[in-house]
Design a protein around this ligand. Structure first.
Ligand SMILES: Nc1ncnc2c1ncn2[C@@H]1O[C@H](COP(=O)(O)OP(=O)(O)O)[C@@H](O)[C@H]1O
Ligand SMILES: [Mg+2]
Length: 307
């Protein structure tokens, strides 16, 4: 069953169409990813779904409830981890959770127990009575995640939850989100990190300039747009023209990415012998969602999209 349904959703900032006619359905219990670079429109889309900003046009339904007419009922179902840190600096770490829980009408004792448990799971318990300004950037992000879960939401909406985290802490968050999914909580996750999308998401919408370009499971997206493997040929200004010409002559599908030419969906044996015969630097690796994005847009996920 679809638990979030958006129909023809658009958002405009002056002349900029930040979200362009997006229709999607998030199934109950799945982790649904929005993958796209800075400026793709992920946050604008999320802010409409969480009733923070009104759409220019289109409809949003959550668990069968129309968001426009019943925003409070919808919000009660959501746990929101915003991209921008808006922790309360005047409160302690634990108070940030318990105070937030009060907005959902959660009794004090329950809020306290849940808050402590979340701090334990996210390895923040030692900071429990500390002030927000004592936290590192990574700890603040962990606390934002904890706060988004304190109301035990039916749907968790996470906007780039692991940005700026070190790899070990990122894995801790991934582990907790995997656990959350096992408990049946639906997740809508924005990310620029293709590994994050591949590890966590059941389905991924590839987003670019306000639009969804393709939508499927990570494996299906890779199979459809790229193929199983990518062969990277390191090129220099001296040999790039020849490499590109040879591939073109042999009708081999490739992407030209600056210092590298990516040959999609073929293995070493299928390459022209003349290319292999030279001292070209070759690397065969599994295809990724980054390749999918590059295939669809000619751009990298790290690329800025500000106009
Ligand atoms: N409040 C705003 N006012 C004007 N432009 C905005 C505002 N919020 C976002 N934008 C623009 O809308 C586009 C999409 O931004 P955003 O939704 O934040 O993308 P993402 O979250 O994918 O990085 C960008 O070009 C951004 O500059
Ligand atoms: Mg964003």
């Amino acid at each position: 069953m679809a638990i979030i349904v958006t129909s023809n959703l658009s958002k405009k900032f002056k002349d900029l169409l930040a979200v362009d006619n997006v229709s999607l359905e998030v199934e109950e219990g799945e982790c649904f990813g929005l993958l796209g670079p800075n400026g793709a429109g992920k946050t604008s889309l999320i802010r409409m779904i969480t009733a923070v900003s009104p759409p220019l046009s289109g409809d949003i339904g959550v668990a069968g409830i129309d968001l426009r007419s019943h925003p409070r009922q919808v919000k009660a179902m959501l746990g929101i981890v915003p991209q921008i840190d808006n922790l309360d600096e005047d409160l302690t770490v634990l108070q940030n959770l318990t105070t937030f829980a009060r907005y959902f009408g959660i009794p004090k004792a329950v809020a306290h127990t849940r808050g402590c448990e979340l701090l334990r799971l996210l390895r923040l318990e030692e900071k429990s009575s500390g002030r927000i300004k004592e936290l590192s950037g990574g700890m603040r992000r962990l606390l934002l995640i904890a706060r988004g879960l304190v109301n035990q939401p039916r749907i968790a909406i996470l906007d780039e939850p692991t940005v700026g985290l070190d790899p070990q802490t990122r894995h801790l968050v991934w582990q907790q989100l995997t656990e959350l999914k096992a408990q049946g909580v639906t997740q809508l996750l924005c990310t620029q990190n293709m590994e994050e999308a591949a590890v966590l998401c059941d389905r991924v919408a590839v987003m670019h300039r306000g639009r969804i370009l393709s939508l499927d499971s990570p494996q299906a997206l890779i199979a459809r747009h790229v193929g199983e493997t990518v062969l990277e040929v390191a090129v220099t200004s001296a040999n790039r023209e020849r490499v590109v010409r040879e591939l073109t002559t042999h009708g081999i599908d490739f992407l030209d990415v600056g210092n590298t030419v990516k040959v999609l969906g073929v293995n070493r044996e299928q390459l022209p012998a003349t290319l292999l015969g030279t001292a070209e630097e070759l690397r065969l690796r599994p295809a990724t969602l980054e390749d999918v994005f590059f295939r669809l847009t000619g751009k990298t996920l790290e690329g800025e999209e500000e106009e």
